[in-house]
Design a protein around this ligand. Sequence first.
Ligand SMILES: C[S@@+](CC[C@H](N)C(=O)[O-])C[C@H]1O[C@@H](n2cnc3c(N)ncnc32)[C@H](O)[C@@H]1O
Length: 206
Amino acid sequence: MSLVRFATGALGNLKQTAAVAPSSKHLAKAMVEPLRSTARRCVIEFGPGTGVMTREILRCMPADSILLAFEINPQFVDYLRSEIPDERLQVVAAGAETATAELDRRGIANVDAVVSSLGIANMDAAAVDAVFRPLRPYLNPQGAITQFQYFYRIKLDQGRVEYFNTGSLMRRYFSKVRSTRVWLNFPPAYVITCRGALTDVSPAHG
Ligand SMILES: C[S@@+](CC[C@H](N)C(=O)[O-])C[C@H]1O[C@@H](n2cnc3c(N)ncnc32)[C@H](O)[C@@H]1O
């Protein structure tokens, strides 16, 4: 995947893209590794971009599985549809917050794993809630959700450094949250792995 392709797609909306370059293969492998200990019949990806995680997810999925990838950038949607011709991959040109509506439309009641590249630090509380809260009843109890973040305890907002605790945020939705660092990425990133969807989720984070 070319950096140019990613940069061209990202230029229109840097806040939405939340990255200056596609993730490295090392980060993609770390994001997908927790999926190996769960079933992988139905996997959801949020924010596939140019598909570095998508390809890695498909590598570990069985033949009769489905990967629903939600992407809001039309340039990335076109790119994924033309460059990854895999019957298991369904690229949905819609936001992550529409995932459960899409699952209902397809008659899918169980999701085994979610791989999210959303820039959650730059989303407002209601937007994060709209993504993770409705997914809860669909998640396989043994399933895993992975999310990456460049910083674990801060966020950059219009050049200002602000406190933002990724772990606290994800603990609002999941009982087990752990993080690992991936140095071989630009910039280095944390992979946050979440398991055990909570049934009592407060509507917003602080
Ligand atoms: C940080 S980039 C990650 C791209 C790719 N997964 C990677 O790791 O190189 C975030 C991606 O999420 C997409 N995105 C942002 N908000 C979204 C939303 N609400 N629903 C689905 N995709 C979204 C952006 O268009 C972008 O492709």
